[in-house]
Design a binder for this molecule. Structure first.
Ligand SMILES: [Zn+2]
Ligand SMILES: [Zn+2]
Length: 341
């Protein structure tokens, strides 16, 4: 008989391209527009553009390493952008980074659109959290429970900063009545799919299997004692995700010519119209277009993908122009939900 007191969550440690956006012009891969083929280096002033759907373009997401943007949003409830969440697909398996709102449904949409079985709900069983801000974690109950209802067999493996394991315990407890109902009721259910195996991480290699190695590195996100970026190595490619961060040199060192750099950004131009108290916060917590250009010039990614964009009225074209004007002329895409890189 199920009892929550029997340690529902089993923390292993507590406390503690295809892109595919052809890089040519800008509008970058909107949903359904990611194309197949390696990103090309654009000339100065040009940016990644997509041409056709990955599936239509022949991209096979079941082999190699591909980045699927499941949500590019911020705390602001923009209808076009789900909460921040990214899938790194390595030989068909999905490794999720951050759990913004809408995550499981966006994954299902991508699974359908690209024929990516690893993104179907029952297959989502491993995730990494950059930090515990609500916009990056509010989809966690979804990631814990929805795949279980879809008959996920395995517990969810969850890695994140200190507090992650505790959060998993609280979330599971919050849905205790539902878990008891499904385990003890008439509907079929798997015995362990609702569980979370959560690990509070430290910088360094935090996960490795036969497909991929994941390295966490500290970034600077004001007010958080721990916030991480991640580097994925596997399937012949390297992917770096910044998480939320003020400009940090660790990005340059961890990317160092990586294939894909997914980085957060805000508009340096419209920032000037923000109230002083918000300017102070954003300058300490996030990275402007001008600051990102400086980092990207030295990080030399195969493609820089803008993510978690705060435009405050600036258009995508204007934000890209800010980065170009600040001196970065390498491959660049304005990320949108369901783009593939
Ligand atoms: Zn955020
Ligand atoms: Zn944050």
């Amino acid at each position: 008989m199920f009892r929550m007191k029997r340690s529902p969550v089993r923390p292993a440690a507590t406390s503690g391209l295809l892109v595919v956006c052809h890089a040519l012009a800008f509008s970058a891969c909107g949903p359904g527009e990611a194309a197949s083929g390696a990103a090309e280096a654009p000339g100065a002033g040009e940016t990644a553009q997509s041409a056709a759907g990955a599936a239509a373009g022949g991209a096979d997401l079941s082999t190699g390493t591909h980045v699927v943007l499941l949500g590019t949003g911020t705390p602001n409830p923009e209808p076009e952008a789900s909460g921040p969440a990214t899938a790194v697909l390595v030989d068909g398996r999905a490794y999720i980074v951050d759990a913004g709102v809408g995550l499981v449904r966006r994954a299902a949409e991508a699974a359908d659109r690209y024929g990516a079985e690893g993104l179907t709900a029952a297959r989502l069983d491993i995730a990494f959290l950059t930090h515990l801000h609500s916009d990056h974690t509010i989809g966690l109950p979804d990631l814990i429970h929805t795949p279980w209802v879809a008959e996920r067999e395995a517990p969810l493996k969850l890695f994140g900063p200190g507090g992650t394991a505790e959060m998993a315990v609280h979330l599971t407890a919050a849905w205790e009545a539902d878990i008891e109902n499904r385990l003890g009721g008439a509907q079929p259910s798997t015995p362990d799919g609702w569980r979370v195996e959560a690990v509070d991480i430290s910088p360094g290699v935090i996960y490795e299997d036969d497909r991929v190695r994941v390295t966490a590195f500290a970034v600077s996100h004001t007010g958080w004692p721990e916030a991480y970026g991640f580097r994925f190595d596997g399937g012949g490619r390297s992917v770096v995700l910044s998480g939320d961060t003020a400009p940090t040199e660790a990005i340059v060192e961890m990317c160092a010519g990586c294939d894909v750099l997914v980085h957060e950004v805000y508009s340096a131009t419209t920032f000037r119209d923000r109230p002083p108290e918000w300017q102070s916060y954003h300058a300490q917590a996030h990275t402007s277009t001008v600051e990102l250009a400086s980092l990207a010039v030295r990080a030399r990614p195969g493609i820089l993908v803008l993510h978690h964009q705060l435009g405050w009225g600036a258009t995508p074209e204007e934000m890209v122009a800010e980065i170009r004007a600040a001196g970065y002329d390498g491959p660049l895409a304005y990320g949108r939900d369901l783009d593939v890189y």
